[in-house]
Design a protein around this ligand. Structure first.
Ligand SMILES: CC(C)(COP(=O)(O)OP(=O)(O)OC[C@H]1O[C@@H](n2cnc3c(N)ncnc32)[C@H](O)[C@@H]1OP(=O)(O)O)[C@@H](O)C(=O)NCCC(=O)NCCS
Length: 281
């Protein structure tokens, strides 16, 4: 059963806007029994709607969520603050230094760096005021608003840092930490952490080339967040995918191309491979 916000079982997810009816979702599958899996498994897809509606009507309202005007307005305001602050501080810091022929390049580069610095500071401020909470996110809730502002920061700004290979891997470690990830000593990522604030990695661990870790569930109209915890001395293989609510013990290895699905618990020293990932030794 989904652990939900404040450790409670989440039982409601969707609202049908035109009928103004809240659907109640009940688990029809309590837990996996596969070895290596918890019985308390995060699996929003395991919840079947209990509705006084014919099933075709239920399907009608399963739509992707839309980012509303309010989070867009908040994000745009913050973006404007970051832009003006970066231009002003670049002019103030570098404007009077004679760079000769390189003046234009230096000023533009300085402004871009300052822009990302201000953006990260504002992003952290947003998360400080309204931290992301694990659990299912209701339609129209405060959590949805916060998630959408957070999401806009990545969609518009930070993916240009985290999803391109422009930034060197050793520097990416500090960018992920600045974006809220917990990375232990000597842990590096050659892949992408899509949700740094919900990702924890111990010491001496490596996220392989092009691996992807994400802590959000976006499945049709379902939206939920759950942490990923990776211990120390862990190897996440190249191109592996680690889904939300996954816990990987110290010294474990996830193979190249494995897909570690929601709610998986990998014990210390275990090796997992395949799609979906299963223990191989
Ligand atoms: C999982 C891994 C550690 C296994 O390596 P190993 O201990 O040397 O084991 P083997 O290569 O002998 O394979 C053991 C079994 O696992 C299977 N296996 C290995 N890698 C696999 C993979 N990526 N997907 C599915 N099965 C895999 C093998 O087919 C073999 O199966 P079998 O016993 O039925 O023949 C290794 O294949 C791997 O993926 N390492 C990750 C390296 C990496 O990406 N590092 C980061 C780089 S940036």
């Amino acid at each position: 059963m989904w652990r939900g916000v404040s450790g409670q079982a989440a039982t409601d997810v969707q609202t049908t806007s035109s009928l103004s009816a809240r659907t109640t979702l009940l688990p029809h599958r309590v837990g996996h029994t596969r070895p290596g899996k918890n019985t308390a498994v995060f699996s929003p897809s395991a919840y079947a709607p209990r509705l006084p509606l014919p099933i075709h009507q239920v399907r009608t309202f399963r739509r992707m969520r839309k980012i509303s005007l309010a989070p867009i307005a908040v994000f745009s305001t913050l973006l404007l603050v970051a832009m003006t602050s970066s231009v002003a501080s670049t002019a103030w810091l570098l404007g009077r230094i004679p760079f000769g022929d390189f003046r234009g390049i230096v000023l533009v580069f300085g402004a871009v760096v300052m822009f990302y610095v201000y953006s990260i500071v504002l992003y952290r401020l947003v998360l400080l005021i309204s931290p992301l909470r694990e659990g299912v996110i209701d339609f129209g809730s405060r959590e949805e608003f916060v998630f959408h502002v957070y999401e806009l920061f990545f969609l518009v700004l930070f993916f240009s840092l985290t999803r391109t290979r422009f930034v060197p891997v050793p520097l990416m470690r500090w960018i992920y930490i600045a974006l809220g990830a917990r990375l232990g000593d000597n842990s590096f990522s050659g892949g992408t952490l899509l949700d740094p604030p919900l990702t924890e990695v111990g010491d001496n661990s490596i996220i392989g080339h092009d691996a992807i870790l994400f802590c959000h569930v976006i499945e049709a109209d379902k939206l939920a967040l759950a942490k990923i915890h990776i211990g120390s001395n862990v190897t996440i293989g190249a191109r592996a995918v680690i889904m939300p609510d996954v816990d990987i013990g110290d010294g474990a290895i996830v193979a190249v191309n494995a897909v570690v699905t929601k709610g998986t618990r990998i014990g210390p020293g275990e090796r997992w491979a395949g799609i979906p990932a299963r223990r191989i030794s």
